[in-house]
Design a protein around this ligand. Sequence first.
Ligand SMILES: [Zn+2]
Length: 406
Amino acid sequence: MLRIQNAKSIAGTLINLDIPSEQEATIDATGLTLLPGLIDPHVHFRTPGYEHKEDWRTAAQAAISGGYTTVFDMPNTLPPTVTLELLKEKKSIIDKQLKEIGIPLRYQLFFGADKQHLNQIAKVKGQVIGIKVFMGCSTGGLVIDDDESLNAIFKIAAAENMLVAVHAEDECLMNQNKKLYVENKEYAIHSKIRNIQAAVIAVEKAIHLTRIYGTKLYILHVSSADEVELIQKAKQEGLPVYAETTPHHLFLNDSAYATLNGKAQVNPPLRASKHQYALFQAIHDGIIDTLGTDHAPHTLAEKAKAYGDCPSGMPSIEVALKLLLNAYHENKLSLNEIVSLTSKRAKEIFNLPETNDFVLVDLSKQTTIQDSQMKTKCGWSPYAGLVLTGEPVYTILNGKTYPAVT
Ligand SMILES: [Zn+2]
């Protein structure tokens, strides 16, 4: 039995908790606040194929130190997860790596929608958390940029009662925009090429397909006020549409290119600061459901490459909760909203079973984010140097305690 004594609930009441465990231990949680273990519906742990960026040994340590006990991994690995066989292979690699590191991180996999393998979708039903559709090119070659395939995916998913998660950026518009900026090699151009209109076109299209087929739709990394407006309307219409935003779209904006250079390059790109406010408001209004870290590590050498060669994405799973807790201190989020974003809504949307996973946080501890503390294999954080108040202290996964602090 694992006993947690004198923890505080988010409502401020005292909690004593007995968790079934092989471990006989008592945690004196005086001064700590108990939250459910965090669920990250959107990570790229890069395995197989890109293990020089991340693998499940380093990623599981990063997740646990960030208070996360469940993750959903994306299919744009090498090879991409587009067949039942590749799905099985990926699972066995992950299980082996998690066993090696001794962290039984809970995970689910998204299946990659691929034009050549649409017949595989029904075969993986019950074995994946959903179908990931890249409506625009991102890392890896998985992209669905024609309406016929897109319709087919939404139709099959609805028939099989599977969820579709979309990376919603319109490929055609971005390709046109690219031609306008061929001469310009500034990283900030990224936000102009992948402009808000590209996201709006794709979100509109995805919502419309849900209107036709009734497919359960999860919109990944919502980054702008314009997308929020479309999602609000869809929800008001009663469509099964759910929305995720990311730490970087909440806590960074396009001014970050000046200091972070290529590290600030991410898809969808960072937006103007007014969109950050709109995203926080959308959380208060219940339009944004979840926070997915979109933890997408690349090495420092890769991120130092010139625009055009620099890959998109940034790591954040071990820093996300600290950013949220700090936002609580700045009166930008309530603790209830943090729980809703990081576990409650994900459980509801993805029908996850209840667990005994928790994270104990010290709301008042101040820390400075440092690259040297990062457990992710890429070894850097876009938030390095930031002083944040509030940090996870213990993560409790399946009855076992893991110290979250480095
Ligand atoms: Zn992603």
